[in-house]
Design a binder for this molecule. Structure first.
Ligand code: PMV
Length: 335
């Protein structure tokens, strides 16, 4: 069958149990299982065309051509699709990010998941979410989890076939009511990217063995809390797991941190407010200074007011649980 062209949309995700550290950087196998929530408002649309008249793989993001050097992750995903489909044609890739400017949310998860889905479909492969997540993994670890919607677990696995993501059962009310407020202090690129930060942590952090044990324990506690719809438990586990991940970087050599003073002020402020109010709101932080707050729909207004009073210059974007991969034919460019 001749390859065709295909648009796919994937949403970004926020990890409640973080992925931090690879046990096999070539196969992109993580040291620990991780678990995330796919987010509704932040996504990437990507079109892939395999065509003989392309001089080589090429990519534009929001209309801007991406240099050959920056294509490594994209080519890894395309190669995986070509290998499975028995194709040798180069690909033209057009990608549009719908992540609010400076939302502080990485578009690599949504971008590489959308790429995996569009490329597989364009190559005539009709794959399950599980299979697609394995392909997305070759582009970026967090992209593994962006193939599915809702709460998603990435099984670390022991080889290429066993490292994939699947949706996790959660109480329907929790999935419907959970809200994420992205609180943005800085849109500057981080000093240490996640790949380099992870590698440095794995190689030198004395806390690393303790981290993998902690992440496993947190995951085993989180699964029943999600199933029961126990938001306070979910939030407490997610906040503790994120702070344990950031403790790792302080114990690396040389030590480093993604926190800015405002990051710590917000995490501590939220903890104090939660204890006094009490309001169910919990913090999580990725490889950057911005904070994502987890709460329930009924409390979004109170959290926004508290943020306006205590962090008046921060930008705040509110979102909820989002879906897995969606497809659009080429002639129906998604809006
Ligand atoms: O896969 P990457 O390179 O986007 O790394 C993701 C790292 C964290 O966002 C900090 C944690 C996670 O599980 O998403």
């Amino acid at each position: 069958m001749m390859p065709s062209s295909q648009w796919a949309r994937a949403h970004t995700n926020i990890a409640l149990i973080k992925y931090w550290g690879k046990k096999d950087p070539t196969l992109m196998l993580p040291a620990n299982d991780s678990l995330s929530l796919t987010l509704a408002n932040f996504y990437t649309d990507t079109l892939v065309r395999f065509r003989a008249d392309c001089p080589g793989d090429n990519l534009t993001i929001d209309g801007q051509p991406v240099s050959a050097g920056a294509l490594t992750k994209v080519v890894r995903v395309l190669d995986e699709v070509r290998r499975r489909a028995g194709l040798t044609l180069p690909a033209q890739v057009i990608s549009r990010n719908h992540v609010p400017t400076a939302a502080g949310l990485a578009s690599s998860a949504s971008g590489l998941a959308a790429l995996a889905a569009a490329a597989a479909q364009a190559a005539g492969l009709h794959l399950t979410e599980q299979e697609l997540s394995r392909i997305a993994r070759h582009g970026s670890g967090s992209a593994t989890r962006s193939v599915a919607g809702g709460f998603v677990r990435w099984y670390a696995g022991t080889d290429d076939a066993s490292s994939y993501a699947l949706p996790v059962a959660a109480a329907p009310a929790l999935l419907q009511d959970i809200r994420v407020l992205a609180v943005i202090f800085s849109d500057q690129p981080k000093a240490i990217g996640s790949t380099a930060g992870m590698a440095q942590t794995v190689a030198t952090s004395s806390y690393f063995p303790a981290w993998t044990e902690r992440a496993e324990r947190d995951l085993q506690a989180l699964l029943p809390a999600l199933a029961a719809g126990d938001f306070a438990r979910v939030g407490a586990i997610a906040e503790g797991n994120a702070l344990a991940m950031h403790a790792l970087t302080w114990a690396a050599q040389p030590p480093f941190t993604y926190f800015l003073p405002a990051t710590l002020a917000l995490v501590q402020g939220i903890q104090a407010w939660r204890a006094a109010a009490p309001v169910p709101v919990y913090a999580t932080v990725d490889a950057g200074p911005n904070v994502k707050l987890l709460t329930l729909a009924d409390h979004v207004g109170a959290v926004q007011e508290w943020l306006a009073a205590h962090f008046p210059t921060a930008r705040v974007v509110v979102t909820h649980a989002g879906p897995g991969i969606q497809y659009f034919p080429e002639r129906k460019e998604p809006r």
